[in-house]
Structures are given as structure tokens and as C-alpha cells.
Design a binder for this molecule. Structure first.
Ligand SMILES: Cc1ncc(COP(=O)(O)O)c(C=O)c1O
Length: 379
């Protein structure tokens, strides 16, 4: 028998979550964000399981090229944009859209456009650009005062086929935040004001503002494209609202099994540093998962796992390969019994809270040592 430590990936749940989002945004397109190996779920498997997706968002060129090599034909957007002239050319050859978030990237596009025009290069015939505005997050994005100029420069490039206006929320998971309101206003005003400029011929540019939090926070955020990541994987993007409240189902269930059972007498300790001592005689299960698999080392006291449907406390320090669990309350516990670390029955958000981190990090940090088993693969 293998060690039994496994991330079970439920592709039917993924498709369910996609439909929940699609229904919620009505007429907007959905760019499913699959960067960072599909938030730890396996990027190409996730993309292949979503033939209905309008497109995919990745962070970097390597991810885009992996998707194309796996036969993905939908729109792909590189959310960090091309980081060099060479990357820009490669993106164009593979029909990958690029984000432009700073003026240097615009200069590169102008250079390549001039090359294409003079016949000096045999690149993809055209380029789709997502012009990113810094509406207040101050991470990536062109300053609002430079947007009109950036747009006009892009319009001069014969190589550029389409321009989509985009921005990103810093506090999308909070309801009624003044920060999101301010970001929405800057974005919406720019979107509307661009319409009034003569060069725009009276058309609104396609626009994209919302990540998962933005999708559920307020319908006005939806515009033409939404870019959900975490919600697609069935984890809540919203403070104070569970995934279940939002109709989402967990895609990853992280499971392992019991490899040893022992009775720890009162007053004896368990694990490194002898940091936990039994207050009473305790039945302890040793479970085959640790920080070497991506289970967080820093879970605080009160962290729990699911054993036979019961929530049981993790006791003592998390080791590289194992954790210890108090199973005294579980009547018929046996060697090899399955243990759920997160997923079905135990939202990853809860574990994130016990570990002082976010659901995103836990999902992304499951290591290669953990098998990924896919359920609901379509033929
Ligand atoms: C530009 C952009 N859009 C969308 C997303 C998806 O965000 P979320 O997982 O919160 O839906 C991200 C994630 O970091 C992002 O950087």
C-alpha cells in the first residue's frame, strides 16, 4: 500500500463552481485563473476539464506555453505581461494575450509592431493587449493619468488587434469597503471617459475588473470579463461568507491515513519539543502527512482534522512527514483509516485560520510528494 497521502481533485466540483460563477456574472466572459499550477490543483488538468471556459489566466509565459502544448485552444492571458522583448514575441507566436502594466512594455510593443510592419519579422499576425490601470492597489498598472496616452500609442500599432481595459482589487473579499468603492470609481470613470475621446469612435472598450471576491462583492464589478481563481477551486473569497454560503464546492480534498495508533498516558508528551502534554490518558493516531507535504507547520492549538466524520485535534508539533491527532473521541478507529486534512467536510479556510495564513497559500503549497488523483475526468 502506498503512503496514502493524496490530493483528490474533484473535476465535477470544478465544473459546478464554474457554472455558479457563470450564472452569477450573466453575460460576462469568464477567464479561469489557473496560474501557480492551477492553485496547486494541476494546471493542465484543470484547464482541460473546463472546455466551456471563455479563457484562462496565467502569470507567466512558461505557464501559457504549457497550456498551448497541452492542446488548450481558448484565449490565454499572461497577467504579468511579457517581461522582455523576447517573451513578447514568443507570446504572440503562441497566440497569447499580454497585459501591459507599465510604459516600458508599451515601448516593446511599438518596436515589434514596427518590425512586423516592415516585414522584418515573422511573428503572429496580431496581438491582443490588456491595458492594466493602477486604480489604487499600487502593485502593477499604468497610472490613470497615463492611460489615454497609452491607449493612443497602442492604437497606433498596426500589430495590436484588440485592447481590453483592466484593473485589480486589493480588498475584493470585503463587503462595503471604501477601498473597493474608490477603485471601482476610478476604473469606471476611466472606462466611460475613454468612450468620449474622439479616437474611440463611440465604442466602450472591453473591460475587466473582478477577481473572485469582485464577482461576489457587487454585480457592478463584472464588466466584460471576470477573472476568478480561488472561487473556481471551491474556496470562499469573501470574509464572513463560507464557500457553502456562495454555493461553491471544494475541488481539492487532501487526505492521508493513520500509520500508527498509541495510548499516551496522562502527563506524557508527544512530538518534537515535547510541546504538548496529555492532560488525561489519550488515544493518539499518527497520520502520514507533514510540512514536507504542504501541511502547515504553524497550525495553532485547536487545529483539527476529520477522522471517521469527527473533528479531532492535532496535538504536538507538525513534523516533516507526520502529525499526531487525538482520536480519543472516535470509537472504532483503526490503522489505515482515512483522515481528511481539508476539503470535503473541512473547508481549507478553517485550516488557513488555524495556520495564520490564507486558503490560497495552503492550496498552492501542496508538494510534489503528494499524489494528485482526479475524479470526474471527461472522456
Ligand atoms: C490580475 C489577477 N486577476 C485575477 C486573479 C484571481 O484572483 P482570485 O484567486 O482572488 O480570484 C489574480 C490572482 O492573484 C490576479 O493577480
Amino acid at each position: 500500500m502506498s503512503r496514502g497521502t493524496c490530493a483528490v481533485i474533484d473535476l465535477a466540483a470544478l465544473r459546478h463552481n464554474y457554472s455558479v460563477i457563470k450564472r452569477r456574472v450573466a453575460n460576462s466572459n469568464v477567464l479561469a485563473v489557473v496560474k501557480a499550477d492551477g492553485y496547486g490543483h494541476g494546471m493542465t488538468s484543470i484547464a482541460k476539464a473546463l472546455p466551456q471556459s471563455d479563457g484562462f489566466g496565467v502569470a507567466i509565459l512558461e505557464e501559457a506555453l504549457l497550456l498551448r502544448a497541452a492542446g488548450i485552444t481558448q484565449k490565454i492571458v499572461m497577467l504579468e505581461g511579457a517581461l522582455s522583448l523576447e517573451e513578447l514575441k514568443q507570446a504572440s507566436v503562441s497566440n497569447v494575450d499580454v497585459v501591459v502594466h507599465q510604459l516600458e512594455q508599451l515601448t516593446d510593443i511599438e518596436k515589434v509592431s514596427a518590425e512586423v510592419l516592415s516585414g522584418g519579422t515573422t511573428l503572429g499576425a496580431s496581438l491582443n493587449v490588456w491595458l492594466k490601470i493602477d486604480t489604487g492597489m499600487h502593485r502593477l498598472g499604468v497610472d490613470p493619468s497615463d492611460v489615454l496616452n497609452a491607449y493612443q500609442r497602442l492604437k497606433q500599432c498596426a500589430w495590436v488587434q484588440s485592447i481590453t481595459l483592466m484593473s485589480h482589487f486589493s480588498c475584493a473579499g470585503e463587503i462595503g469597503t471604501v477601498v473597493s468603492d474608490a477603485q471601482y470609481s476610478v476604473f469606471n470613470q476611466l472606462h466611460q471617459s475613454l468612450l468620449e475621446a474622439p479616437a474611440f469612435l463611440g465604442h466602450l472598450l472591453p473591460a475587466s475588473l473582478a477577481n473572485s471576491g469582485g464577482v461576489f462583492q457587487d454585480d457592478r464589478n463584472h464588466f466584460d470579463w471576470v477573472r476568478p481563481g480561488i472561487a473556481l477551486y471551491g474556496s470562499s473569497p469573501m470574509e464572513g461568507q463560507s464557500a457553502e454560503d456562495l454555493g461553491l464546492k471544494p475541488v481539492m480534498t487532501l487526505v492521508s491515513r493513520i500509520i500508527a495508533l498509541r495510548h499516551v498516558p496522562q502527563g506524557e508528551s508527544v512530538g518534537y519539543g515535547a510541546s504538548w502534554t496529555a492532560k488525561a490518558a489519550t488515544h493518539v493516531a499518527i497520520v502520514a502527512i507533514g510540512y514536507g507535504d504542504g501541511y502547515p507547520r504553524h497550525v495553532k492549538e485547536g487545529a483539527r482534522v476529520l477522522v471517521d466524520g469527527s473533528l479531532c485535534d492535532v496535538v504536538g508539533r507538525v513534523s516533516m512527514d507526520m502529525i499526531a491527532v487525538d482520536v480519543s473521541s472516535v470509537s472504532a478507529v483503526a490503522l489505515n483509516d482515512a483522515v481528511t486534512l481539508w476539503g470535503n467536510g473541512l473547508p481549507v479556510e478553517h485550516v488557513a485560520e488555524w495556520a495564520g495564513t490564507v486558503n490560497y497559500e495552503l492550496l498552492c503549497q501542496v508538494t510534489d510528494r503528494v499524489d494528485h488523483r482526479y475524479l470526474g475526468v471527461q472522456g
